[in-house]
Design a protein around this ligand. Structure first.
Ligand code: PGA
Length: 251
């Protein structure tokens, strides 16, 4: 079975004082009553300024970065290498988020190179894919996401070091969530492609992302081949994030 993962992407939010939310989350362990201990891997991806402090907190939280460079070191002002991220105690890194694809022109091959760098450094890459509204309306959703998967997945990928997050661009930060049937069709196609591409493709965790909230989490986690969520806005407070984790634990 793929592991269940609730990952929070804080984007460009979070100051030192917000580390308290991580302490509270670690203490709350919002898993289902009676469930085995920690059935959900909880990951928080704070801004780079908080990575080391977040990773040094005791408790069950895994920490991830929101991006990395593809090179191990060098003249790349402002960038962080995957090795630096691992060195400060983080275990995950998001690659290919749609905001980086659109803001910085990151292509599938750049995302694949960053993901390979993450693997080489011992990080798990959370590789993001997703179609725009125009692509969905043109009936190209499956072509787009399967193309992104093929182009963004490095040869080093396995279920142990790779998580795939399907995030329709039109559902990110908009309050507009994809319906269960829309999510099911994309996740089924991604699962089939992963099984075809990787020896352990059946074990890769497949996350949904885009306006996941406490109110819609249970419905989303009931969709076949959804193994968790990548959560933006609703990961910023314990009150919003804890019920999502509980819903995943109970699914
Ligand atoms: P959202 O963001 O939950 O705020 O829609 C999700 C994401 O971009 O990962």
């Amino acid at each position: 079975m793929p592991r269940k993962i609730a990952a929070g992407n804080w984007k460009m939010n979070g100051l030192q004082a917000d580390l308290q939310m991580l302490r509270d989350l670690a203490a709350a362990r919002p898993t289902a009553p009676g469930a085995p201990a920690d059935p959900v891997t909880m990951v928080i991806c704070p801004p780079a300024t908080l990575l080391a402090a977040a990773a040094s907190l005791p408790g069950p939280l895994a920490i991830g970065a929101q991006d990395c460079h593809s090179a191990p070191a060098g003249a790349h002002t402002g960038d962080l290498s995957a090795q630096m991220i691992r060195d400060c105690g983080a275990r995950f890194v998001i690659t290919g988020h749609s905001e980086r694809r659109s803001d910085y022109g990151e292509t599938d091959s750049i995302v694949a190179a960053k993901s390979a760098a993450a693997h080489a450094a011992g990080l798990t890459a959370i590789i993001c894919l997703g179609e725009t509204l125009a692509q969905r309306e043109a009936g190209k959703t499956l072509d787009v996401v399967l193309g992104q998967l093929a182009g963004s997945l490095p040869e080093s990928a396995s279920a142990a070091n790779t998580v795939i997050a399907y995030e329709p661009v039109w559902a990110i930060g908009t309050g507009r969530v994809a319906g269960p049937a829309e999510i099911a069709s994309v996740h089924a196609a991604l699962r089939a492609a992963l099984i075809a591409d990787l020896a352990d493709g059946a074990e890769v965790s497949l996350l949904y992302g885009g306006s996941v909230k406490a109110a819609n989490a249970a419905e989303i986690f009931a969709v076949p081949e959804v193994n968790g969520a990548l959560v933006g806005g609703a990961s910023l407070t314990l009150a919003d994030f804890a019920p999502i984790i509980s819903a995943l634990a109970a699914a």
